[in-house]
Every structure is written in C-alpha cells, then in structure tokens.
Design a protein around this ligand. Structure first.
Ligand SMILES: C[S@@+](CC[C@H](N)C(=O)[O-])C[C@H]1O[C@@H](n2cnc3c(N)ncnc32)[C@H](O)[C@@H]1O
Length: 318
C-alpha cells in the first residue's frame, strides 16, 4: 500500500488517497479464517526471484533472470485458488486460469481511447489481470477495486514477483466506497453489472467517478432481442446465484442513456465459448466451468433453460 500512496500522491487521485487507504485497511481487518493461509502463501512467494512483467498474449508474463523454484511457487500459488482470471506465465510456470482474459482484452482494446497518461478505474478487477494490462498500456495509474479478499491476495502474490511493478493497484473496495469525485478519465466495469441488484444505481455511480468527457467501458451479459427486453433470473443463471439482470442490448442502451451517458456505442457482442472459460487445474476442487453450466443437449441454453452466456461491450462518454 506504500507504493499506492506514493503513486497516488503524484496523480489526480491525491485528494482521495487517504480515504481509499483507510477503507482498505478496514476491509482487510475482517475476521476471515483463510487469511493466515493466504499470508503464508505470500510469505513463501517473497523468497522467489522477481522478474520484469510484460504482456505476451495470452499471458501476462513475468520473466525471471534466475530460475525460480517452480514446485514451491506452484504450491504457494495453489493456496490462493481458485484462479479465475489470467492467464499468467511466471518464469517457466504457466498459471492457466479458468478464463482466457486476453480474449476479452482483444475485443475491448481496439474500441477505446488510448490509456496513455490516463487515470483509470477497473471496477470488479478480480486479481488485477486487466488492471495490469491497463497499466502496461500506459495508464498513469490503474486502480482496481475488488471486494473479494482472495483476489486481493492473488494480486499481491503476482505483484510480489514483479521487479518495478507498473502503476497497477488493487484495493479491497466496492465501487460504492469510492469518494464521489469525478477523478477518473476511463472507467471499466467488466462482468460486474449483472451482479448488481440495482443496475441503474451502478451506472450512476460509474458516471459519478468519471471525469467530464471521460470514457466508460461496460461489459456485461446480455440476451438476444428475441428473448424480450430483459430476463431477471428467478433462481440461478449458469449455476450462479447472484445474477440479477440480463438485458437485451437495446435495453442496456436505454439504461446507459437514462444514466446520462453520451455517444453510446455497442462495439462487440460475443457468445462465451469453452475456449474462453474452461476448467484448469488452477481452479481447485470445484472443477465445474462453462461446459457444466450449459444444457448438455443444447449449447444455446444454460442448464436452467435460459439463453447461454453472451456478452456485450458498450463504450460511451460522460
Ligand atoms: C465476474 S467478475 C469480473 C472480473 C473482471 N472484471 C472480468 O471482466 O473478468 C466480477 C467481479 O466484480 C466484483 N464486484 C461485484 N460487485 C462489485 C462492486 N459493487 N464493486 C466492485 N466490485 C464488485 C466481484 O467480487 C467479482 O470479482
């Protein structure tokens, strides 16, 4: 967090840095029985050699000048399972996460304003795979916020292995905890909207933290128009308990307009494939992934009989 404070003070986030750090300390002070295990993993990882990071699709790659102890490293990183987002390559060790994040990045990057010199917010950053990509794309500072503590520890594990880490940070916060100041030039909300009980509130909060003229990149699950304006799953969706809304792209366009965004562009619609989301040995004991969430006889439907996961990317301005 020291690095974060230093980098923050040199950025537009200086006025909110103390508040972000106070809130983060409070979030980390919770009584979570897994923390000793996660701390032990990070302590072991500290004894591994560090290397420079770059992006060699699909991997965020950490190059090692010296050999690392692959077995010990793998064992420690596995204490931090499940690894949903990635993939990473650490020296000779490939960390093949459940998701091929590079495929989403390929769909996003051609459509957004250059990140060079920008103050960037990555809402629901997971372990920071995309946050690193944003920093490596030249952001002055890329701040990920992720309330799920394990993913914060995963970020820390990766950061521990990097020499001169880029200006990417992940804090254990929710979007709603970010001070309501328009400080970010680019805000990403990817894979987060469908987890919100109040989708319009989420869109308004994204707008509040976005600078005038800034850009929002919104990626979320959608349905084809033939299924209606939106589906509100009665129970689970693709075995997930916390999915609240699946709008059509027209409906989502209207929501963005209602929230006050301008020049709203739909830049991509892609069905999620087993190439992008699949079980690997980095996801732990629960080895289910996309293919287990779909109807075994019809991959256009989920196991619950709803339309199979399809994602849209909207880019719009404040
Ligand atoms: C499906 S993951 C998406 C991760 C990554 N952004 C991606 O696109 O692959 C959604 C993440 O958003 C986080 N999340 C949910 N509600 C949030 C909120 N209100 N503020 C910040 N993060 C949130 C969850 O903990 C989860 O890790």
């Amino acid at each position: 967090m020291n690095n974060f404070k230093k980098q923050c003070l040199a950025s537009k986030l200086s006025p909110i840095s103390d508040e972000l750090l106070d809130l983060s300390r409070q979030a980390l002070a919770v009584n979570n029985g897994n923390i000793p295990k996660w701390e032990a993993a990070i302590n072991e990882i500290k004894s591994q050699p560090k290397g420079n990071i770059d992006y060699q699709a699909p991997y965020l790659t950490i190059h090692h000048a010296q050999d690392n102890n692959i077995e010990a490293l793998q064992q420690s990183l596995k204490l931090l399972m499940p690894w949903r987002k990635g993939p990473y390559q650490i020296g000779d060790l490939p960390l093949d996460s459940e998701w091929r994040g590079d495929l989403k990045w390929d769909r996003v990057l051609p459509h957004i304003q250059p990140l060079k010199g920008k103050t960037v917010l990555d809402v629901g950053s997971g372990n920071g795979y995309f946050t690193y990509l944003m920093a490596l794309a030249g952001a002055e500072i890329a701040l990920g916020v992720e309330p799920f503590l394990l993913f914060n520890y995963q970020f820390q594990a990766i950061q521990t292995l990097i020499n001169n880490p880029p200006n990417a940070f992940v804090l254990p916060l929710k979007l709603e905890q970010i001070p309501e100041k328009p400080l970010f030039d680019t805000v990403f909300s990817m894979g987060v909207l469908y987890h919100q009980k109040d989708h319009l509130l989420h869109l308004q909060q994204l707008k509040t933290v976005l600078a005038e003229g800034g850009e929002l990149i919104l990626e979320t699950l959608i349905i084809d128009e033939k299924y209606g304006e939106q589906i509100i799953p009665q129970e689970r969706y693709a075995k997930m308990r916390n999915v609240w809304c699946l709008p059509s792209t027209n409906t989502l366009h209207t929501w963005l307009k209602k929230a006050g965004f301008k020049t709203i562009k739909l830049v991509d619609v892609t069905k999620t494939t087993p190439e992008e989301q699949r079980a690997t040995h980095w996801i732990g004991d629960n080895t289910q992934s996309l293919k287990d969430f779909l109807d075994p006889n019809n991959d256009h439907l989920t196991i619950e009989g709803l339309p199979a996961p399809k994602r849209a990317i909207f880019v719009c301005q404040k």
